[in-house]
Design a protein around this ligand. Sequence first.
Ligand SMILES: *[C@@H]1O[C@H](CO)[C@@H](O)[C@H](O)[C@H]1NC(C)=O
Ligand SMILES: *[C@@H]1O[C@H](CO)[C@@H](O)[C@H](O)[C@H]1NC(C)=O
Ligand SMILES: *[C@@H]1O[C@H](CO)[C@@H](O)[C@H](O)[C@H]1NC(C)=O
Length: 407
Amino acid sequence: MGLLIQLFDSLEGSPLQTSAITAVASVSIFIASLASLVVYYNSSSKTIKPLPAKIANNKARKLGTWKPEDYKLPVPPAYPEWDIKTFKPLPYRAFKHKYNVTMGIRNMDPNSWIELDNEWNKFHDLKMKRIEEKGEEVYGTLPEAKAASLELLEELRKFLPARYPSLFERTADGMKNLETGEVHRMVEPLLEDPMLTVARLLQDDVAIMIENEQGEYYLKGGCIMLAGFWRLKDKFNTSLSTIHTSGDVPKYNTHLKKGMEKFFVRLTPEAPVVRNNYFIQTDDNLDWSSSIGDEDNETVGWYTADPAKSVEKIWYRSERQSVRRLPITGAVIFTIRTYFLPLTEMCKEPYVPKRLLDGIESWSDDVREYRGYDKFYEVVLPYLREKVAEQAAMGYTDENEAEQYPF
Ligand SMILES: *[C@@H]1O[C@H](CO)[C@@H](O)[C@H](O)[C@H]1NC(C)=O
Ligand SMILES: *[C@@H]1O[C@H](CO)[C@@H](O)[C@H](O)[C@H]1NC(C)=O
Ligand SMILES: *[C@@H]1O[C@H](CO)[C@@H](O)[C@H](O)[C@H]1NC(C)=O
């Protein structure tokens, strides 16, 4: 039984049930340790000179502390032929013939940390609308994440103008957006919540996770605006394990907790990872999947959803998630970039219907429940079978498929 997919899937949140109440319990015992961590981060980022990883020896650190390391993510080259009007979303088709809960952690090419494309404006506009409507329900930075958020801004300021020079221009104290004309101040004193600034730059949602003395990771800062199935306000200031438990992630406590925590504790700045997942969604709302319930309702989940009636209403949602540890503060940055398109459009692609059909048919019962299978299988499976037959007649069969996960 695998560990890591569940780790990240839980951060995506569970369509089953998100309840603000469960989130509050069980954190209070960590108050003391977090307080000491705050002090540590605040002082460390200003006074301690970054050291080579070997000397900093964070491997042997006392949990909840971090000595700044001198590692620098390589400054990326400009993305070849990238243009905000013409560069299409990367075609992540992150399903296999056999669903496997262990799938998917890959080393991250540092150049690919942040992926942007010709849907940038659409994502940006929707985020601005979300900020206006939801305010601090969709972003925030606790004092414990302040230093990390400043480091994150600095990392973005190094990365984005180098990678996407036609969109971002570095300025003396931040960046300018050449598309919208927005000017972002990215050094202290900031003009707004740092995670609000992060939200304005990226198509991704972002979470900052901070380690405590027990080696548990707490969501202490974030801009989560387009997550579809989960709400920042339910998970803010809670630990990974609380997030999982409140998210009803299948087999979390028995199979997943230990390995997941180990993974986070051991993550190093020079070895970031990515993974992809996929969901079937029964409406076309990128920001909040309204078919699982009203976003403002106390409890929402697949169990409140009506079964989908037509395949035209089915959308494919795939997240590309990156996990990096920042070298100076040691905070873990989790990015969640959603790729979202109609199922019928995706199924025009060779081999896709068969692979997706096989994948869904191999889900176990708990995965089915977690992913809302009951609400869409009656329209999705017959449709996929029809497309499989059509494609088989054209020669697109498994024997000819050159699988290149995650595409
Ligand atoms: C965050 O949680 C800690 C306990 O883990 C608590 O002391 C603190 O007051 C919480 N902060 C906010 C803003 O709710
Ligand atoms: C599923 O994961 C297990 C455990 O890591 C691995 O041994 C197996 O090869 C994987 N199966 C597939 C189909 O990827
Ligand atoms: C909230 O969800 C419950 C359970 O599905 C439902 O009965 C109720 O009508 C919902 N309330 C609102 C305001 O949507």
